[in-house]
Design a protein around this ligand. Structure first.
Ligand SMILES: [Zn+2]
Length: 253
């Protein structure tokens, strides 16, 4: 469950991310009444099992059972802050557009990791890059997004507008491109193609964490502000991608 808003006198509208239906909203009736049996199960950042019934405007929650309350996250302010960030990011990058089971698993895994592991910053940086992947904005980190040459082991640039790394020659001439250290680039690449168990072996010092965070924030803010994550835009992207692959198949020879 992502968030809730009060509705009427005793009801609540819940924002959910589900395994089988992706993102959706559902109405929990009477949940704010004293001693409602459902209330305790319907807190933000909890994993629940729900039974839904068809409602007039949106599904109605008829039964709820907690699967994982992620208790350690609720216990301290920093836990709540980290979990809020995870949920907010997912919320902003998704629409009610049906299931994305990989994304659901990423969310569940990330919240569980935040409960039991100490390297919370690393968990978030890994989450960001995997999330971008799963919503269609995997940054290009291996070839220069302008000239296509292979990115060499040296300090580079990153362009939010072009969606990836730039070689030093292109980067210095591209408006809005930000410098990115070799170390930061290496870590982004590592996270992009590794399981969490592998990614976890990386050591993030505070300076490196800040650099990665700044670059990803800048990139994600750019995508969200331009509305590049809207359903219409994503459909267009997918259509172009299909057309491209069809064109390639139609090449003679
Ligand atoms: Zn270049």
């Amino acid at each position: 469950m992502l968030r809730h808003n009060d509705w009427g006198e005793a009801d609540r509208i819940l924002g959910l991310y589900t395994l089988e239906m992706g993102k959706l909203r559902a109405l929990a009736k009477g949940v704010r009444k004293l001693r409602s049996r459902k209330a305790g199960h319907l807190e933000p950042f909890t994993r629940v099992s729900l039974l839904l019934a068809r409602g007039r405007d949106m599904p109605l929650i008829t039964q709820v059972e907690t699967l994982d309350p992620y208790l350690p996250l609720h216990g301290d302010l920093s836990g709540v802050t980290y979990a809020s960030y995870v949920v907010e990011l997912l919320d902003r990058f998704t629409y009610e557009e049906g299931e994305n089971q990989d994304l659901y698993r990423l969310l569940v895994d990330t919240l569980s990791r935040l409960c039991v592991l100490e390297e919370r910053d690393l968990i978030l940086r890994y989450y960001e890059i995997r999330l971008l992947d799963l919503v269609g904005f995997r940054p290009q980190l291996f070839q220069c997004v302008h000239c296509g040459t292979e990115i060499r082991p040296e300090d580079q640039y990153f362009s939010a507008r072009l969606g990836g790394a730039l070689c030093p020659r292109c980067g210095s001439q591209t408006e809005g491109a930000q410098p990115i250290s070799l170390d930061a680039l290496k870590h982004l690449r590592h996270f992009q193609r590794s399981s969490f168990a592998e990614a976890r072996r990386a050591r993030l010092n505070p300076a490196l964490n800040r650099e990665l965070e700044t670059i990803m924030q800048h990139y994600m803010t750019y995508l969200l502000e331009r509305g590049l994550n809207t359903p219409a835009f994503l459909r267009r992207l997918r259509k172009e991608a299909t057309k491209e692959s069809l064109d390639q198949k139609n090449l003679p020879g």
